[in-house]
Each structure stands twice: as C-alpha cells, then as structure tokens.
Design a protein around this ligand. Structure first.
Ligand SMILES: [Zn+2]
Ligand SMILES: [Zn+2]
Length: 353
C-alpha cells in the first residue's frame, strides 16, 4: 500500500509504503482508481480554517489526528472483503461515500451521517484515497458508478454532492427568479452542470477569474467578473434593483458573504457553502423586516449521492473539466488550489509513488 500522508500540519505530504491492510468484519479493501483533490484537503494540510479577524479554527480541535492519508473523493475496485461484508463482489467498481458518521446518533439513524457530531469521514478522520488502497468500514458506503469513468465519478462524492445539496436548498425558484452563484471553481462547475435539470431560474455566476467565467459562459450562463468594478451593480444590471431570490456562496469569505447578503431581495435565501473563512455581520432587524433566510449547507446524504449519480448517468451530463495527475504531484496541486490557479477539478489517477 503506497500513500501520500499528512504527518505534520503545515508541512508537505510524505510518501509511505507498507503492506496492504487485511479487511476485518464488514470492511472492504479497494484498489483506488481515482481520487479527487478537494479544496478542503488544503485546509487539512494547513491544519486550520480562517474564522475572520485572524482567528483560526484548528482541525486538530475538531478531532483530526495525524498521521492521516487525505482524499475523500474516491472510486476504487473491490480487491478483498471482510468475512461479514455482504452484497459486494470482488472486482466491482464503486464510488465511496466518505461522510461516514458514528452510526448511533439521530442524524446517522436518519440517513444523514454527514451531519453526525462524531464524524468518521474518510480522508479527514480516517485514512482516505491519496493512496493505491483504501479500507472502507462497510459495503453500505459503496455506491454504483453507473459506468461513469472513475476520474469523472470520484468528484461527485464531495464537489458534486456539495453543489447538488446547495442547489436543492436554493429552490424553489421560478423562471423569473434570479439565482446568483459566487465561485466558478470546482463547485461552481458542478452547479453549472446540474442546474438546468433542477431549475429554469435565471442564473448569474460571479468569480474573479476570467478563464473560469469564460467556461461558464460557454454553458450559457450570465457572468460577472468580481475583480472589475462594483459587483453589486453588475449583478443588479441583470436582476433589477431589488436583487436576487437566492444566492449560493461557494467561496463564503467575509467579502463574498456580505456581498451575497446585500444582494438578497425580500424573502430571499442565502446558502453558505465554502470554507474559505471569514465572518458575516448581519443587522438583526434586516433579517426579519426583509424575511430573509441565511443557512449553511454541508455535502449531502448517501441517498442524495445515489440520486445524483443516477441523474448524471441517465441525463448523460457533460463532464466538468478534469485534469488527471499523479499522486507524486499532490503537494503542488494543493499549492495551485491555494493560489486559485485550478480550472475545474484535479484528480489523482496514477497512484504510484
Ligand atoms: Zn471535499
Ligand atoms: Zn452519528
């Protein structure tokens, strides 16, 4: 088993080789075929999230323990199964649902393990897919990829599911409503891909990067370059002076969240998703007087992921841009993500070291 591991926060990943684990009980060992690189892997490597005003939320205080193999967007082929693992066969290709919970709490019992207070997520609290092997605790966390190529299927486990979960919360929207999406990186690209199947609302994307916006325009959406001029004015040019009915903020730093909030029309909804860090100051009377909703959205449930994969394969959606790289490049990819240089999604598929 060859893995790229996080041994020390703030330091580059280290490569490690050891013998393959043997699955026990209900465990399943998979050969990793593809693993997406997510922006939250960067926070893991840094060891913290920015909370605004220079304050940090340390991932070790949230229960993350090192050494750890990151990677929570994994497609693999079943190599070996534990004696109690049922309904799974050797050689099957599966997408791993990584947002595993404790299994005992109300959220876990309700089928929303992503909201468990004692999470055991793969690639965050347990070893993930920056490796040629991954051990999954139970076959119930393995989903059908519906024949999608591993390098495209893997990112639905986090980026795709996160975009889908946020879009669901931004609805209902009618044809005359405007939806503003802040951020046209990986999450924004997935949203653009799925959107036409979910709403006929008018959609505006805002981002700092002209290259990413050009891709979004190719898909037929309006765009606003937030590095140029007054973004609020530019958005209102499309939506009219009242603003937009929903905003999904895939960046969610201090600047984007206050922009998102200021652009909501009465009865509007703001969905905070990104983990770029910051804070939002809200005058409380505005919330009630304008009847606004501000809510967060974190990934999605196993049933939502299964639903999403089915939609993607049935509707034959065009895949988002994917750059395929080798595990040896993991650190430099994280550096590129940090500087905002990545278009679409980066996926590790050559997992040798
Ligand atoms: Zn992720
Ligand atoms: Zn739980």
């Amino acid at each position: 088993m060859k893995s790229a591991r996080l041994v020390e926060f703030g330091a580059p990943l280290q490569f490690e080789e050891k013998s393959d684990p043997i699955p026990k009980g209900t465990e399943v060992l998979l050969e990793v075929m593809a693993c997406g690189v997510c922006h939250s892997d960067l926070h893991l490597r840094d060891g913290y999230y920015q909370m605004g005003k220079g304050e940090k939320l340390f991932v070790k205080d949230r229960g993350v323990k090192l050494p750890l193999t990151p990677g929570h967007e994994v497609v693999g082929r079943v190599l070996q199964v534990g004696p109690d693992a049922k309904d799974i066969s050797l050689g099957e290709v599966k997408l791993v649902y990584p947002w595993i919970g404790c299994g005992d709490c109300e959220e876990c019992e309700d089928g929303t393990p992503q909201l468990c207070s004692a999470p055991k997520s793969l690639g965050i609290y347990q070893d993930g897919g920056y490796s040629d092997r991954i051990l999954v605790p139970h076959p119930k966390w393995l989903l059908d990829t519906h024949g999608l190529a591993p390098e495209y299927a893997c990112s639905y486990a986090c980026a795709g599911l996160t975009a889908y979960g946020a879009l669901k919360k931004s609805l209902p929207l009618s044809k005359k409503d405007y939806l503003l999406i802040i951020g046209a990186g990986g999450l924004g690209m997935f949203a653009a891909q799925i959107l036409p199947l979910m709403t006929d609302a008018q959609v505006i994307f805002a981002d700092l990067d002209e290259g990413r916006l050009a891709k979004i325009r190719e898909l037929g959406f309006q765009t606003v370059n937030s590095s140029e001029g007054d973004v609020s004015d530019a958005v209102r040019k499309f939506s009219g002076p009242k603003g937009v009915s929903s905003v999904i903020d895939f960046v969610n730093n201090s600047a984007t969240s206050s922009l998102a909030f200021s652009l909501l029309k009465k009865n509007g909804r703001m969905i905070s998703v990104g983990l770029f860090g910051g804070e939002l100051k809200i005058p409380t009377p505005i919330l009630s007087l304008r009847s606004l909703t501000v809510r967060g959205s974190y990934t999605g449930s196993p049933s939502e992921l299964a639903e999403l994969l089915k939609i993607v394969s049935e509707k034959k959606l065009l895949p988002i841009p994917v750059q395929v790289k080798s595990m040896k490049e993991a650190d430099s990819i994280l550096n590129d993500l940090s500087s905002g240089k990545v278009l679409g999604r980066v996926v590790l598929s050559d997992l040798r070291i």
